[in-house]
Ligand binder design. Structure first.
Ligand SMILES: *Cc1c(COP(=O)(O)O)cnc(C)c1O
Length: 244
């Protein structure tokens, strides 16, 4: 597909997506500016990320560290002057922390004290080398079904993990992230997330963000207070099976 027709396609899905977000905000009596849109570009090429930047979508997200590192570098070559902001939203192993801080501006998937420690150390290391800022915005990914296989910190572990992050000089805790469980109704999951976020805010007043809602459930997430929706399919189309 030519760049121009892909651009038209992305412009059209972006228009439809913004209309969905605006309508959901209107129903919930919220300002559309309250909800950040992250474009999840996983398994799509850097060329698509470049077209999204041209269309005004600067917040980009990836779920695999390995794929993201090359894509972020290629995007920087394609659009050197454009202000992309990269978000890590997928499961992250401790030994990838050093690599993640080379491209990510924000990590939404912190789910253990050990990972928080590794990230803090990596941020410190990059700052000492003059390779980036001395702090990183992070969210805690919370598990809404307490199924450890799907990632996320169990709700019971939240206070301790939040405390660890708050103690570090490098990580700034800005909120909670979650993926709705596959089989449950999203209303219950996002309602529970809103309660957990309110409890967290009582001890950590700067942790005001709730990252929730994807292509299929963003209206419900916005109804329950999401400040950040992460959208792949509804923007970019069905994902190719193989990684580029
Ligand atoms: C892929 C992914 C998304 C986007 O999902 P869609 O249903 O394609 O919008 C959001 N969040 C995370 C963590 C993801 O891995």
């Amino acid at each position: 597909m030519s760049d121009a027709s892909r651009r038209d396609q992305l412009a059209e899905s972006l228009r439809a997506l913004r209309a969905r977000i605006d309508a959901a905000c209107a129903r919930a009596n919220r300002a559309p500016d309250d909800v950040r849109l992250l474009a999840v570009t996983k398994r799509f090429p850097a060329a698509d990320a470049a077209l999204l930047l041209d269309l005004g979508v600067a917040n980009l997200a990836e779920n695999r560290a390995q794929e993201a590192v090359g894509k972020a570098a290629e995007l920087a070559r394609l659009r050197p002057a454009a202000p992309a902001r990269w978000h890590m939203v997928g499961r992250l192993q401790r030994n990838k922390a050093r690599s993640v801080v080379t491209w990510a501006d924000e990590v939404q998937s912190v789910d253990s004290p050990a990972l928080a420690e590794a990230l803090a150390k990596a941020v410190r290391g990059r700052a000492e080398l003059g390779d980036g800022p001395a702090t990183m915005d992070v969210m805690i990914q919370v598990s809404l079904d307490d199924d450890p296989a799907r990632g996320g910190c169990p709700a019971a572990g939240l206070p301790r993990l939040a405390e660890r992050i708050a103690e570090s000089g490098e990580l700034r805790l800005i909120g909670l992230m979650a993926v709705a469980p596959l089989l449950a109704r999203p209303e219950g999951a996002f309602g529970r997330l809103a309660e957990l976020a309110a409890t967290l805010r009582a001890d950590h007043p700067h942790a005001t963000e709730i990252s929730a809602g994807m292509s299929g459930d963003l209206e419900v997430a916005i109804e329950y207070g999401s400040t950040c929706v992460r959208v792949g399919t509804a923007l970019l189309g069905g994902r190719p099976l193989a990684s580029p």
